[in-house]
Structure formats: C-alpha cells, structure tokens
Design a protein. Structure first.
Length: 262
C-alpha cells in the first residue's frame, strides 16, 4: 500500500516587518511545515505503523529551500519525498488551485497511491480547495475536513468522521483510492527524534519538473496586485504611568461608565 501526502512550506512573519511593494523581505520570514500538513504526515506515518508494507511518500511544490522543511517530514517517518519545481513555477506570480492540482495529479499518476492525504488548508493562503480539486482531477473518491480516520485495508474502505458546520460530526465510508483532507486535532504530530533527523539526511528527495509530471505549461490565473497591513480599529484605552496613577484613571473611567463601588 502507498500513501501520498501533499505538504507545503509556509512563511511566518516576524512581529516587526516591512513591506516592499507586493513582497516582504526574506529577512523578516521564517519557513516551516504547514500546520495542517503536519497532521496529514502524522496520519500517514501512523497508518504505516499499523498496517504492514506501507510506503509513505510526501510531495511538495517548492524551491530548493523547501527541502529543509521536507526533511522534517522525512524525519518524522515518511519514506521518501518528491519536490516539483522549475523556473516556470518560480516565474509565476502565484499558483492557483487548478495549477497545483494539475501538478499533484501528475505525481499521483506516476506514483499510483492507494490513499492521498492533504491538509485541509494552508496557513498562508487558506484556500482550503487543493485536496478536493486534486480528487476531481484524478477522479478519486474524497472526503474533506476529516477529524478521525479508521482505515480498513482489506475492504478497501476508509471510515471517516467529518467536522461539519454547527458542531455536526458526520460518519462516512469512502472507497479507496481516495483523497482525504486532514483537519488539525485528528492526532498529535510527533516531534522529530535525533535518530529520525539523522536518517532523514539519507532519504531520497526526487526533484521533478512540471514536464516530468505531464504539465506542459504553468498558466496560473492568480495575480498579486497589492499587499498592505490591515488597519486595526479599537476602542481600547491604554493607561500608562505608575500603578497608583493607572489605578486612579481606571477608577475614574469606571465611575463614568456607571459602575457602582463595591
């Protein structure tokens, strides 16, 4: 059995940063594995621990820099990784969901997995659509926002709980091969051990181009037109000074608001 897990490297801003047009200088960014994908990796690794003869393969669309993040997924138990990238992807302003799905679909065709796991969404763009779009591209059964998974390999069925609006928990059976988008909280992602980190250095990361996975041209329909810090509106008043001074100011405000003394 083969489990394919899509992973993404996302950037996190430092508390203080500066915008330069439609980008942020690299010195203000720190990169890490997308939170939702971390849970998907853990779910794949747990399946490999519970079921005999399971290979866990991760796939990402990202530059060479992303290999450090991919290594962490390998250190947690994934067997090997695939990174899709070339100059045409780098030249694209932003990759839309359709383009990402086409690239991942090419990898699926190449790898022929029994199960594809993705995070529900990414922490940077939060589209929450790549997994479902991928399922449509490859004509797999699918379930989104999966909060619990019980895999019956012999029957070829995934028994899943889905987290719906209003606190509703839906139980559904999904026939394999399938795509499942994994919600946070489905498990507890493990920390990479020192032994796992050392082993990850020797695990394979295959680099493929869009052409290698059957995508002739990158034609994203997304364009980044502006970037700005949103204005925050608040009625909060901050009292500065010594404790007795701020206490007096607070008491005055409370009196003005009609708060009775106790």
């Amino acid at each position: 059995m083969k489990v394919l897990v899509t992973v993404k490297e996302v950037a996190e801003l430092e508390d203080d940063f500066e915008l330069e047009g439609t980008s942020v200088d690299e010195k203000y960014l720190e990169y890490d594995l997308n939170e939702w994908d971390d849970y998907a990796v853990e779910e794949g690794v747990q399946i490999s621990e519970d079921v005999d003869d399971v290979e866990v393969v991760t796939v990402t669309i990202g530059p060479e820099r992303a290999e450090e993040t991919i290594r962490m997924a390998l250190a947690k138990g994934a067997d090997r990784a695939i990174r899709v990238w070339d100059d045409s992807i780098e030249a694209a302003d932003l990759l839309d969901v359709k383009t990402k799905a086409r690239l991942f679909a090419g990898v699926v065709e190449e790898e022929e997995p029994d199960l594809v796991l993705t995070g529900v969404q990414a922490g940077d763009d939060a589209f929450g659509a790549t997994g479902v779009a991928l399922a449509d591209c490859i004509d797999f059964e699918w379930a989104a926002v999966v909060s619990a998974l019980d895999l019956d390999v012999d029957a070829g069925v995934a028994h899943v709980h889905r987290e719906l609006e209003g606190g509703v928990d839906e139980l559904a059976d999904v026939e394999l091969p399938a795509v499942l988008t994994i919600q946070t909280g489905i498990n507890e992602p493990r920390y990479a051990s020192l032994r796992g980190i050392r082993q990850a250095q020797s695990k394979e990361i295959a680099v493929e181009t869009p052409a290698d996975v059957g995508v002739d041209a990158i034609e994203s329909e997304l364009t980044l037109t502006d970037m700005y810090e949103p204005e925050s509106e608040s009625n909060a008043e901050i009292f500065e000074g010594e404790p007795d001074e701020t206490a007096a100011k607070l008491a005055e405000v409370l009196r003005e608001k009609g708060v009775a003394q106790q």
